[in-house]
Design a protein around this ligand. Structure first.
Ligand SMILES: [Zn+2]
Length: 392
């Protein structure tokens, strides 16, 4: 498959790192343009959407970030094949080969983004071209085939948010080609990353009455968060997940300066991983309420902020037509994923959505990322069956 290899090589060669560190962050425009050119050659109508940042922390810039929406055919149903164009940064010196040069060894294609998830686009282009050739004339499509390529999935989800904000053209079904080893995934946890800052009053440590310790107050707040975590665990359980409970991880705490001073300022950071059925906004509200009642009368002020907007939990019902068709095609029951995706956003556009693509998440986000070559042909066949089912 020389064309697939060439496309994968070209996609890998174009840096499209998204990072909350502006020094590492790069535009994804070259990848968008490359995909647009290849899809236009296949007869797709091209729309390029500018993405503006809506992340909570504001540290991340989205200068030069775009989404691609490429459409072949018209109709009220149809299929979206979706993926993100960005990669995470890479560890200099830890790669055995240049991360931006496709390297073919041990029946694997190595390179930054091969599995997460530029490989999916190369596979999708091959599947679409082969399907169109069999069809003879792309005007025979009865329902639209739409390829969506997004920006900044790895950081702020700004691309997916822009799709929702623009009420982007949609189909009835959507498949996100994140690496799942070609197994259908119909649920994942949501995630939010939060910060609570407490402000007390400093004073000489010899007499507690000379100040108001933010650290003592944080101790109470932490106890409250742990109680909240326990109550969630009693209320929400889902055996389809490796960790069947929602989690709350106390990640870092910074407070105080000198040992002989009462601590004035203390910040706690934590993340919450939500099960389907839990809503990010509800969880934030209960945290805020519990902290407020814990601190009532203490003259300590609390500030809550989100380190990023968070991603909702995702659940596509097992009775959904797309889930059942994907299970039939692959011979695998739909499972849960341990990572968050853009699926809740595509669902919010009104589409039945699953996550299913070539490669393994186990080698993503690390040095010597690769796509196993034995994923490619089955990946192409799978996408062709989906196009056949939903666009003809
Ligand atoms: Zn990914």
């Amino acid at each position: 498959m020389p064309k697939l290899i060439q496309n994968l090589q070209d996609l890998i060669a174009l840096p499209s790192i998204s990072s909350s560190n502006p020094a590492l962050d790069t535009s994804n425009r070259p990848v968008i343009d490359l995909l647009a050119e290849r899809l236009a050659d296949l007869g797709f109508a091209i729309e390029i959407q500018t993405v503006t940042d809506s992340s909570a922390n504001g540290a991340h810039t989205t200068a030069g970030k775009y989404n691609l929406i490429a459409t072949l055919g018209t109709g009220s149903g149809g299929l979206v094949l979706a993926g993100h164009t960005d990669t995470v940064p890479y560890d200099e010196g830890k790669w055995q080969s240049d991360p931006f040069t496709l390297s073919d060894r041990d029946n694997r294609f190595y390179g930054l983004g091969t599995t997460d998830m530029k490989g999916f686009f190369a596979v999708a282009l091959e599947a679409i071209e082969s399907f169109c050739q069999t069809l003879g004339d792309s005007r025979k499509l009865k329902q639209p085939l739409i390829v969506i390529a997004t920006a900044d999935e790895e950081t702020s989800m700004a691309g997916a948010k822009a799709l929702v904000a623009a009420d982007t053209q949609q189909a009835r079904y959507a498949v996100i080609g994140e690496p799942t080893g070609l197994q259908p995934v119909r649920m994942h946890k949501g995630v939010m990353m939060e910060s609570i800052t407490l402000e007390g009053r400093s004073g000489h440590s010899s007499n507690p009455a000379l100040g108001n310790s933010a650290l003592d107050a944080m101790h109470k707040v932490i106890a409250e968060l742990m109680a909240l975590r326990e109550s969630w665990g009693k209320k929400y359980q889902n055996p389809a997940f490796e960790v069947i409970l929602p989690t709350l991880n106390l990640a870092s705490i910074h407070g105080g300066d000198a040992t002989n001073r009462i601590c004035q300022h203390c910040e706690l950071r934590f993340d919450v991983r939500l099960l389907p059925g839990m809503q990010n906004d509800d969880v934030r509200r209960s945290i805020k309420n519990r902290v407020a009642s814990t601190l009532a009368g203490s003259h300590i002020t609390a500030n809550h902020s989100s380190l990023f907007d968070g991603v909702s939990a995702f659940l596509e019902p097992e009775t959904s037509e797309l889930v059942q068709f994907a299970e039939k095609l692959t011979g695998h029951s739909a499972i849960s994923a341990g990572f968050a995706t853009e699926a809740p956003y595509l669902q919010a556009l009104g589409m039945q959505t699953i996550v299913m693509g070539p490669g393994s998440i186990d080698c993503a986000h690390q040095a010597n990322e690769y796509l196993a070559q034995d994923q490619i042909t089955p990946g192409i066949d799978l996408l062709k069956s989906l196009i056949q089912q939903y666009c003809l």
